[in-house]
Structures are given as structure tokens and as C-alpha cells.
Design a protein around this ligand. Structure first.
Ligand code: SF4
Length: 164
């Protein structure tokens, strides 16, 4: 794997459960959070799925013409490939959501991972916590997870996405 590829488990088109509207959801391989009750333990392996070049992923997204969500696994383990793809998606005007098991603060305080925050419209952050599972929540599984407007937030001043 290098800066021009991502390890992709699967791509789902036209989904309405990973953010507003119909979206292309890209599930990236690998996760070390090991949340009890995880929806997809098969995604924990960094060898799951297949390598895909950024060009092929971009072409696919353009063909479908939906906004984009990254999930997994945890996309934050593939920063080197994710960052150039995010930049290109924002250049092309796509709205981008990203799910992660890290908190916003953990990402913000990590110089490597922090670079992606400028190119993600909404970060759904934090691990899945079984005791806080709540089926009534939109776009997230447990109440500790937050829908954060990552491009305009700082740890001391978090702005939340709301469907309004
Ligand atoms: S962060 Fe997500 S993919 Fe990773 S273990 Fe937790 S629920 Fe599963």
C-alpha cells in the first residue's frame, strides 16, 4: 500500500444511513479499537478487502455522483492514502463525512491525523460503546459519538452538525 492506494473492504452506493442524502460509502480496512459489540469485526483486519488506486476510487465516485462517506474499519489508520483523496474530493465539491473510533480531540492533537480534518465536513467520532447504544440516534450507534463539523471546530469550540 502507498499514498496512491487505499485498502478497501467494500463500496456501497446510494446509501442513506451514513449521512444526509444518498451517498457513496467507502469502507476501509483495519481497526484497532476492538469495540465490544462492533457492527463488523471482519473489518478489523488490515488485510481485509483489496487495494484500490485513488484514481479508480475517484472515477467510481464520479460515476455514481453522490456525496461521500468513509467508514470501516477506521479510515484514520490509512491517512497517507486518505489525505490526497479527501483533498481531491473537496476540490470537486463533494460533501464528505467520515466515521472514526478516535475522538475529535485525539485526532486534533495528532499531527499526522489532524491533516485530514480540513477536508472532512462532518466527523462522526469516538468508539461504539455498547452501554450507550441508542437506536433512536441518527447516523451513529451510541450516544458518546458526535457529529462534528470538523473543518470549523477546535477542541475548545466544537460545532455540531444538525439536520436543519
Ligand atoms: S471503531 Fe468502529 S469498526 Fe472499529 S471496533 Fe469500533 S465499532 Fe468496530
Amino acid at each position: 500500500m502507498n499514498n496512491n492506494t487505499l485498502r478497501v473492504i467494500r463500496i456501497v452506493d446510494g446509501t442513506s444511513v451514513d449521512g444526509p442524502g444518498l451517498r457513496t460509502s467507502i469502507y476501509l480496512a483495519g481497526c484497532n479499537h476492538c469495540c465490544p459489540g462492533c457492527h463488523n469485526e471482519d473489518s478489523w483486519s488490515f488485510k481485509a478487502g483489496q487495494d484500490m488506486t485513488l484514481d479508480i476510487i475517484l472515477d467510481y465516485i464520479e460515476e455514481q455522483d453522490f456525496d461521500v462517506t468513509f467508514s470501516g474499519g477506521d479510515p484514520m489508520y490509512q491517512i497517507d492514502g486518505l489525505l490526497p483523496l479527501l483533498k481531491e474530493l473537496k476540490n470537486r465539491g463533494r460533501n464528505v463525512w467520515c466515521y472514526t473510533g478516535f475522538t475529535f480531540e485525539e485526532i486534533f492533537n495528532n499531527p499526522e491525523r489532524r491533516r485530514v480534518l480540513d477536508y472532512i465536513d462532518v466527523l462522526v467520532d469516538g468508539p461504539f460503546v455498547q452501554e450507550k447504544r441508542d437506536l433512536s440516534l441518527r447516523f451513529r450507534g451510541s450516544s458518546n459519538q458526535r457529529l462534528i463539523k470538523s473543518r470549523v471546530s477546535t477542541p475548545g469550540d466544537i460545532k455540531y452538525w444538525a439536520d436543519d
